[in-house]
Design a binder for this molecule. Structure first.
Ligand SMILES: Cc1cc2nc3c(=O)[nH]c(=O)nc-3n(C[C@H](O)[C@H](O)[C@H](O)COP(=O)(O)OP(=O)(O)OC[C@H]3O[C@@H](n4cnc5c(N)ncnc54)[C@H](O)[C@@H]3O)c2cc1C
Length: 496
């Protein structure tokens, strides 16, 4: 499988690694070392896990993570072994006046956790499946792929996104846009309850009947309301899907436009059981790439159909008629669903940007295709993905949450080799006419830490409700090392 990000990593050569500077927390405390030992060492309960200070063996590793564009220099890392450790770490941070950061895999880093009490959740590995109830209980240290494997033993399935390496809680608290999103809606719709340690150091179980406001806020509000230590989710009786990818040559702009335009026409007729995306890719002529890919451009369509194989094949027929040079579509076990997308497993130095778009017309096709036109000046090379939305995503969820596509037709996701902010800005600038201005909370990354960008991830009403709940549950803004929602009344006034 072609790993486009490692290709991107290869270019431009010799460019020094870029790291983001702290935007959310620039407290006057030193970043770590002895000061931290003094003021955070007063953990009010013995920690069963590990407490690591700068310089300790394992410190760097514990606070690194998948996205290399952000580096953390916390005051202390607490590698939590259980919920009590999390609660003790939160209480000691509050006493020391330091913010709390939480990280599982580092796939969704936002701002550096400089000077923070950094809670690493990787060792919270509870995982049990109740086949009769069709549910799973999941600890905060698990990745989606691990839940996928465990559930499959019972013929059941969680709603996965494109990568099995993503942490379950980061995904769920961001809403979770699954590959089968048009059939089943957001993964957050399928959460039954959450165990969360809030800023007062209390462990609460929240659900539609227990503290429903907090339950609503955490599913979408990401890390703003506390540290989720476990979740109970519904699983689906899904063993197989019809899915795969179709690759088309993209060097000839007229052909690329024909394929993209045909895909955009095709999605209009698709049932909710069909979820899909189209990617536009321009690869550098880099020796790290397999022959046959170097210096080439592609249009790639990926599909996940949750109905029967025969109908899936019939629905994909018009895409096949466009003459892909590679076609992997077919019936496949659901356990292999994350293989449809070539998400890299190893840490990468890449910028991630996203937007929610309206429906796309011929002019949008022309703009999009121009980014992979080999006759235009080289690099940096954008990887542009458009996921088709609608279907179940447009219906009110059974268990309301703070996530919404805000009526958008497509989700745009871009991956750029660092440093490539300018290239990302150019793409977004040229697509402005189709940009709704909204975003999904689960696809906010390091570029999106400013309050006005975080605000775009919510409807106005939801943002106001989140800020009010933040004032209730975290009035001192302890959980601010993230895509931060300041408590209402702390300078961030809700618009009237
Ligand atoms: C390669 C790749 C593919 C992806 N594909 C999809 C996809 O298909 N669908 C989709 O919806 N998203 C997708 N995402 C986005 C992903 O869901 C978010 O980046 C998510 O935040 C990653 O979670 P994490 O725990 O792995 O990351 P981390 O960097 O460890 O955490 C990111 C943030 O999540 C919050 N968080 C994490 N753990 C907890 C916790 N225990 N309690 C409270 N808050 C917590 C915090 O705010 C934290 O800062 C993808 C991301 C990548 C990089």
């Amino acid at each position: 499988m072609l790993d486009t990000d490692s290709a991107a990593d290869a270019v431009p050569d010799g460019v020094p690694a870029q790291t983001t500077t702290s935007a959310a927390y620039t407290g006057d405390r030193p970043a770590g070392g002895q000061a931290a030992r003094h003021d955070v060492v007063s953990l009010d309960a013995p920690i069963r896990g590990r407490t690591l200070f700068p310089g300790d063996e394992g410190f760097e590793e514990a606070c690194s993570g998948w996205l290399l564009t952000v580096e953390h220099r916390p005051a202390v890392v607490v590698v939590a072994a259980d919920a009590d450790d999390v609660a003790a770490a939160v209480r000691s941070a509050a006493e020391a006046g330091r913010p709390v950061a939480v990280q599982s895999t580092g796939h969704g880093k936002s701002v550096p956790a400089d000077g923070a009490v950094f809670i690493a959740t990787g060792e919270l590995r509870e995982l049990s499946v109740d086949p009769r109830a069709g549910t799973a209980r999941i600890g905060a240290g698990l990745r989606l792929g691990e839940v996928l494997t465990a559930a499959a033993e019972h013929g059941l399935a969680p709603l996965c996104g494109s990568s099995g390496e993503v942490g379950v809680m980061g995904y769920l608290t961001g809403g979770g846009l699954p590959l089968a999103c048009r059939t089943y809606g957001f993964a957050a719709d399928h959460v039954r309850s959450l165990d969360i340690v809030t800023a007062d150091g209390l462990l609460r179980t929240v659900s539609p009947t227990r503290e429903p406001d907090l339950f609503w806020a955490v599913r979408g509000g990401k890390g703003n309301f506390g540290v989720v230590v476990a979740a109970e989710i519904e699983l689906l009786p899904l063993r197989t899907v019809y899915g795969g990818e179709l690759h088309y040559p993209g060097e000839d702009p007229r052909h690329a436009a024909h394929v993209l335009g045909s895909y955009l026409a095709w999605v209009k007729d698709q049932p909710e059981e069909m979820s899909s995306s189209v990617s536009l890719l321009r690869l550098p002529d880099a020796p790290q790439l397999p022959e046959g890919f170097r210096g080439r451009s592609f249009v790639q369509v990926r599909v996940v159909y949750t109905g029967d194989e025969e109908r899936g094949a019939r629905l994909v027929e018009p895409l096949r008629a466009l003459g892909p040079e590679k076609d992997t579509c077919g019936a496949m076990p659901y356990t292999r669903i994350t293989e449809i997308y070539p998400d890299p497993k190893n840490p990468v130095m890449v910028h991630l940007r996203s937007a929610l778009l309206h429906g796309l017309d011929d002019e949008a096709v022309e703009e999009l295709v121009s980014f992979i036109d080999p006759s235009t000046p080289e690099g940096p090379f954008p990887g542009i993905e458009l996921r088709h939305l609608g279907g179940a995503l447009n219906r009110p969820p059974g268990r309301p949450h703070a996530v919404s596509t805000q009526g958008a037709a497509f989700h745009l996701w871009m991956r750029m080799p660092a440093p490539a902010e300018q290239a990302a800005d150019e793409v977004l600038g040229r697509l402005r006419r189709w940009d709704t201005g909204a975003m999904l909370p689960g696809f906010l990354f390091d570029h999106d830490s400013a309050p006005e960008r975080v605000r775009r991830a919510y409807t106005e009403a939801d943002y106001r409700r989140l800020a009010a709940l933040k004032a209730e549950y975290d009035p001192d803004h302890l959980f601010r090392v993230n895509h931060s929602i300041p408590p209402f009344g702390s300078g961030e006034r809700a618009r009237s």
